[in-house]
Design a protein around this ligand. Structure first.
Ligand SMILES: Cc1cc2nc3c(=O)[nH]c(=O)nc-3n(C[C@H](O)[C@H](O)[C@H](O)COP(=O)(O)O)c2cc1C
Length: 402
């Protein structure tokens, strides 16, 4: 778990590092290096094959519960923490337990995003079971939900009870599970989304009792981009939230392969700069300094695309994030089938106090009253200009508890 307590570096050391970095950048020929050297959020290119093996081996499992889990662990989840423990002690059932060592206490202080990821995990398990002809009954929070603002460390999130063979018909979305990837690169601007996909998204949200919408009008799009950028900047300059992410940066193939989680930084240049001591992920950006300029420049690609998809729960209880995760991953699979990309941008949905302004502004912009049920997911959508590969995953044995 990230300890996330390290303070911002004292200014003189930061200045020295900064001067060194600038000298190095000049040596290498300037601006292009600055862009490459910026910390990247979940870059998939250059990730070693061993770290992505679970994407290729899921279908090899024969036992139904292992098959379900091998697909479920491919779920989207915040910062790729993979906060999942699978308890197989009851026959014909899987209990999903939230791994208290894999939370994000500073950026996700109530574990809401973590529970959204758990919901996505549950839905992929259900879809995978259907492919084997097995219906699943989902019993959320068998011991009761965690308290409203408590982290769900060790919470038994859901028990999945397997039906008899032949109790389900295959869900066609199964074919998209190993094809789905969060594409974090630049998208084409202004391209219309397919009407059948928009209808599918709307149906999916409604089937789980959620409200949803897709924002594409230019003015609204710009407003949400401004709010999201502001929230991102706050997350970056707030030392404890920056450090939480920095501690999850896996720099270079060896670290990516060892951890198989977090934020993969696979590019040659940031690795070299890191080795030379010219890129220190623990340098907290400060408004006005070059590091701040670089991380904000990095955000530009996230202001491209056709629009934003959002999902809101009907209430404030702890079912909301689980249902949102179930709906979101179905929507992502539907998008994958339609050749459309999705990329969650959670910064204005976060609950740490510094980001309260953008949180309120986003809810106002979407016409959602958080007291009635907050927005659970916000994702930009459209057509990525380049494909993005699979992100790392820990293997099935890492999740299993007998
Ligand atoms: C609840 C939730 C919040 C997320 N928030 C962000 C985000 O703010 N920024 C981002 O780049 N990706 C975000 N993601 C996407 C994850 O980073 C991504 O799912 C994870 O790295 C695994 O990659 P994959 O979806 O390609 O398998 C979020 C995903 C979930 C489920």
């Amino acid at each position: 778990m990230p300890t996330a307590t390290a303070p911002a570096r004292p200014a003189p050391a930061a200045d020295t590092a900064e001067r060194g970095r600038r000298r190095f950048i000049r040596l290498l020929g300037g601006g292009a290096v600055v862009a490459i050297a910026a910390p990247v959020a979940g870059c998939a290119a250059g990730v070693p094959e061993a770290a992505t093996q679970p994407w290729r081996t899921a279908a090899q499992e024969t036992d139904v519960r292992r098959w379900m889990l091998a697909h479920a662990l491919l779920a989207p989840n915040p910062h790729n923490r993979q906060p999942w423990i699978a308890d197989l002690s009851q026959p014909d059932a899987i209990t999903l337990v939230c791994d208290g060592q894999r939370l994000l206490p500073h950026t996700d202080p109530h574990g809401r995003q973590i529970l959204v990821g758990c919901g996505a995990f549950i839905e992929l398990a259900v879809i995978a079971a259907s492919h084997r002809g097995v219906a699943v009954t989902v019993e959320p929070y068998p011991d009761g939900p965690p308290a409203a603002n408590a982290l769900p460390a060790g919470t038994r999130v859901a028990t999945l009870r397997l039906g008899a063979p032949g109790s389900a018909t295959p869900d066609p979305l199964h074919a998209q599970i190993t094809r789905r990837h969060t594409n974090k690169t630049a998208y084409a601007d202004g391209r219309a989304l397919p009407a059948p996909l928009l209808a599918d998204w709307s149906r999916t949200a409604a089937s789980l009792g959620l409200r949803s919408g897709v924002v594409t009008a230019t003015d609204e799009l710009q407003r949400i981009r401004r709010i999201t950028r502001e929230a991102y900047e706050i997350e970056c300059v707030t030392p404890r939230t920056w450090i939480e992410s920095a501690e999850l940066m896996r720099i270079g193939p060896a670290a990516i392969e060892r951890h198989r989680d977090g934020i993969s930084i696979a590019g040659a240049m940031p690795r070299l700069m890191h080795t030379l001591g010219l890129f220190d992920p623990m340098d907290v950006p400060q408004r006005g300094n070059a590091n701040h300029g670089r991380v904000m420049e990095r955000w530009q690609a996230h202001e491209t695309g056709s629009g934003f998809l959002w999902l809101a729960a009907p209430g404030t209880d702890r079912r909301g994030p689980l249902d949102a995760g179930r709906a979101y991953v179905r929507m992502h699979l539907q998008a994958t089938a339609a050749g459309v990309d999705l990329h969650p941008l959670s910064q204005p949905l976060q609950e740490f106090p510094e980001v309260r302004g953008p949180y309120d502004a986003l809810h106002r912009a979407l016409g959602v009253d958080p007291a009635q049920g907050p927005v659970q997911m916000l994702a930009r959508t459209g057509y990525a200009l380049a494909p993005d590969g699979p992100s790392p995953r820990r293997g099935l044995p890492d999740l299993l508890r007998a």
